[in-house]
Design a protein around this ligand. Structure first.
Ligand code: SF4
Length: 191
């Protein structure tokens, strides 16, 4: 386990904190991968990337960034009534597996596995299927017990902690919709 090269997909800064603490405590050879086209609008995508970079710097780990956000694809999926979150996990795990295989990693995992609010079984199915396709191992860690610890660590280093999952539909469904839109408008203005 110790010498296996692990690529950890990270969905945002706060969710990566506890998994990274665990991974580094186990002395794993680990690098990070940010591919999250599910984060909308683009100002929010940038905000989460900035915070993922802060987490990577905090743990002194390299972060590979695969840019791009795709609001249309998620809107289309929702309009078709298809399983949006399944598509979301599969899209991200596929690209992570492809990058891991192309860059000599033995296994991959995702910080999504820290969240009690995500569909763990669907994430594991998506990760395992992508791993099989590329001849890799998907590490199905259960970091949910460290979720609060990760949020505390995120607070300690001043990371932004988002109030919605990521896609435009989850933003529109959020009870904080207006507050978040006002924050986005401010960020756009100041950029
Ligand atoms: S709710 Fe979250 S997991 Fe589901 S599609 Fe939206 S961003 Fe992806």
């Amino acid at each position: 386990m110790k010498n296996k090269r692990l690529l950890l997909h990270i969905c945002c800064g706060p969710c990566s904190m506890a998994p990274l603490e665990q991974v580094l405590a186990a002395e794993r050879d680990c690098e990070l991968f940010f591919f999250n086209p599910n984060i909308h609008p683009s100002v929010e995508w940038q905000r989460r990337l900035d915070n993922a970079l802060k987490a990577a710097q905090h743990y002194e780990l390299p972060l590979h960034i695969f840019p791009g956000t795709d609001e249309e694809a998620w809107r289309k999926r929702a309009a078709e009534g298809k399983e949006r979150c399944k598509f979301c996990y599969e899209t991200r795990m596929q690209k992570t597996a492809e990058f891991a295989a192309d860059n000599g990693f033995d296994s991959f995992s995702t910080s999504l596995l820290v969240s009690p609010y995500q569909d763990r079984e669907a994430i594991i199915r998506a990760g395992t299927a992508a791993a099989a396709e590329y001849g890799l191992e998907f590490e199905a860690h259960d970091w949910r017990k460290q979720y609060r610890r990760g949020q505390d660590l995120a607070r300690e280093i001043g990371l932004y902690r988002q109030k919605y999952c990521g896609c435009i539909i989850s933003l529109e469904d959020s009870k904080f919709y207006e507050k978040i839109c006002a924050e986005h408008a401010q960020l756009v203005q100041s950029s």
